[in-house]
Design a protein around this ligand. Structure first.
Ligand SMILES: O=C(O)[C@@H](O)[C@H](O)[C@H](O)C(=O)CO
Length: 465
C-alpha cells in the first residue's frame, strides 16, 4: 500500500515512475498564463507570513472555506493573518478529494520541507515553521519562482498597463524571463457598466481620442505596439463564448454612440461589436506574430451581493453551458480564410466541450506550424487530476498529445508552481498505465522524450522562448 503523497505520488507503476523521475521531473517550467503580480516580482516582495503568501488572492481556497461555513472575516475580511491561517488549517482536512488537499501538501513539502498533513492540531507549528523559511534567503517573490526552476512566466495585463514593473524586471538580474499577456477584455465587453470610463483611460494612455470604432481600434493597436515593444508576444481573452455575426462599421459606430449616450444596446448589437473588435484584435495579433488565447465558457460573477462587496475574481464564478462550437469555428475560419490566423490556444471550462475542443483544433492545424492550434490544459475547475486526465485523453483520442504545450498555473499565488509537478505526474502516469497494460510499447526513450516535450520543449518552441 502506498504512503500518502510519497516520492511516487500519483505514479502507479514502474513505467510511470521512470517517465516522471528520469524524464519529466527536472525539466524547467514555462508558465505561460498566470495572474501573478509583476509589481511584487519587480520589488522582490517578501511575505510577512504564510497567510500572505498562500491565502491572499486565492479564491480556490476562499470557496472551500466559505463552503465549510467560515466567516468572510477570516477569508477576505479584517481578521489577523494568523487567525485566517488557523481557519484555513481547520478547513484543509475537509478538502480531501478536492485538488486543494494535494496542492496544499505538495506546497508544504516542496517549499518548506513539511511532510505532516495540515489541520487545526498543528496549525501554529506549521505556520511558524513556514514563516521561519519565509524570513530567510530565497523566499521573496523572486526566490519562490527560482526555487521551482521557472524559466519563463507570463502574467496578464490590461492594455492600459504601463508595464513599468516588467521593464524593471527586464533590466534586473532575475533569471526567470517575465513577460505579459495582453488582456483586452474591458475593451470587448461593450455592455459593461464601466465601458465608457474605460475607453477614457484607454484614450489617455494611447493618445487617441476614441469617438468611433475606427479610433478605438487605433487606440488598441497603439497599445499592442507598446506591449510588443516591451516583449509581449501573447494575448488572452476570457469570453463566455466566441462571437461571429455580420457587422457593418456604421452599425458599430452606432453601438458606441449609444454607449457614450448611456443608452442600452441590443444583444445583436452587442454580439456584432464583440465579433468586430475580436476580429480586429486577432488580425493584429497575426500581424505582430503573437499567440492568442481564448478562455471560453466561464459564468462569472454569479453572486451580485458578493460581487458588490468583494469585486470580480473572488470566488463567485462557475461553469457556463453556452454552445461553443459554431461561433468558434466560424471565427477561426474567417481568420484562416484570409491567412490571418495566428497560433491559437483554446480553453474550455465545461468538460462537456473537451472532445469538441480537441476536434476543433484539427480544423485549423493546416501543417504550416507544428501544433499551431492548441487545446489548452484543464482550466479553472478542470485543473485537477480528473479534469487534466479527461483533457489529455480527449486530446489523445482526437488530436496529438505529443504536440501539446502542457500546463500553466493560471494562479495568483507565488506558491502554486508545484502544480506543474502535479500535472507532470498525472501525464507520466497516464502513459505509464498504458505501457503497463500493453497499450503502448515499453519504449521509455521515445515516451520519455514525449513527456519532456509536453512538460517543456513544446512550449519553448511554441512561444519562441
Ligand atoms: O483568466 C481568467 O479569466 C481566469 O483564469 C480567472 O483569472 C480565474 O480567476 C482563475 O484564476 C482561474 O484559475
Amino acid at each position: 500500500m502506498k504512503s500518502f503523497m510519497d516520492g511516487d505520488f500519483l505514479l502507479e507503476n514502474e513505467y510511470s515512475k521512470i517517465l516522471y523521475h528520469e524524464y519529466a521531473r527536472d525539466m524547467p517550467i514555462i508558465d505561460y498564463h498566470n495572474h501573478l503580480s509583476p509589481e511584487m516580482l519587480a520589488h522582490d516582495t517578501k511575505f510577512e507570513n504564510l497567510t500572505q503568501a498562500w491565502l491572499y488572492g486565492d479564491h480556490y481556497k476562499w470557496r472551500a472555506m466559505r463552503t465549510l461555513g467560515v466567516s468572510e472575516e477570516f477569508i477576505t475580511g479584517n481578521a489577523k493573518d494568523l487567525e485566517k491561517f488557523e481557519k484555513w488549517a481547520y478547513t484543509v482536512p475537509y478538502t480531501m478529494r478536492n485538488p486543494l488537499y494535494h496542492w496544499t501538501h505538495l506546497e508544504l513539502q516542496r517549499y518548506f520541507n513539511i511532510s505532516e498533513t495540515l489541520s487545526s492540531d498543528n496549525a501554529i507549528q506549521i505556520y511558524n515553521r513556514a514563516n521561519d523559511h519565509l524570513k530567510g534567503e530565497g523566499f521573496g517573490s523572486r526566490g519562490l519562482i527560482t526555487q521551482m526552476n521557472v524559466e519563463f512566466l507570463c502574467t496578464t495585463e490590461d492594455p492600459t498597463d504601463t508595464l513599468k514593473h516588467h521593464q524593471t524586471l527586464a533590466q534586473s538580474n532575475f533569471k526567470t524571463k517575465v513577460s505579459t499577456a495582453f488582456r483586452p477584455d474591458k475593451a470587448i465587453f461593450v455592455e459593461a457598466e464601466g465601458f465608457v470610463d474605460y475607453l477614457e483611460e484607454l484614450s489617455e494612455v494611447s493618445g487617441v481620442a476614441i469617438n468611433s470604432f475606427a479610433t478605438l481600434c487605433d487606440a488598441l493597436e497603439k497599445r499592442i505596439a507598446y506591449f510588443h515593444t516591451h516583449g509581449c508576444r501573447i494575448a488572452d481573452h476570457g469570453l463566455p463564448h466566441m462571437y461571429f455575426t455580420f457587422f457593418k462599421e456604421h452599425d458599430l459606430n452606432t453601438v458606441l454612440n449609444k454607449r457614450f449616450d448611456n443608452k442600452t444596446i441590443s444583444n445583436n448589437e452587442m454580439d456584432s461589436f464583440k465579433c468586430a473588435i475580436l476580429m480586429f484584435l486577432s488580425r493584429k495579433y497575426h500581424e505582430y506574430g503573437w499567440v492568442q488565447q481564448f478562455h471560453l465558457g466561464a459564468l462569472r460573477n454569479n453572486n451580485n451581493r458578493m460581487l458588490a462587496q468583494l469585486g470580480p475574481d473572488t470566488g463567485w464564478d462557475s461553469i457556463g453551458d453556452w454552445q461553443q462550437a459554431e461561433a468558434l469555428s466560424k471565427f477561426l475560419n474567417e481568420l484562416d480564410t484570409h491567412d490571418q490566423l495566428c497560433k491559437t490556444i483554446i480553453y474550455n471550462i465545461n468538460p462537456r466541450d473537451n472532445e469538441m475542443m480537441a476536434s476543433m483544433i484539427g480544423n485549423f492545424n493546416d501543417g504550416s506550424i507544428r501544433g499551431k492550434v492548441q487545446f489548452g490544459s484543464g482550466w479553472w475547475f478542470l485543473d485537477q487530476k480528473d479534469g487534466m486526465e479527461k483533457q489529455m485523453n480527449a486530446l489523445s483520442n482526437i488530436g496529438l498529445l505529443s504536440c501539446f504545450i502542457g500546463m500553466l498555473t493560471d494562479s495568483r499565488s507565488f506558491l502554486s508552481f508545484p502544480r506543474h509537478e502535479y500535472f507532470r505526474r498525472i501525464l507520466c502516469n497516464l502513459i505509464g498505465r498504458d505501457i503497463a497494460n500493453g497499450e503502448l510499447p515499453k519504449d521509455t526513450k521515445w515516451l520519455g522524450k514525449m513527456v519532456q516535450d509536453i512538460s517543456y520543449n513544446n512550449a519553448k518552441e511554441y512561444f519562441n522562448i
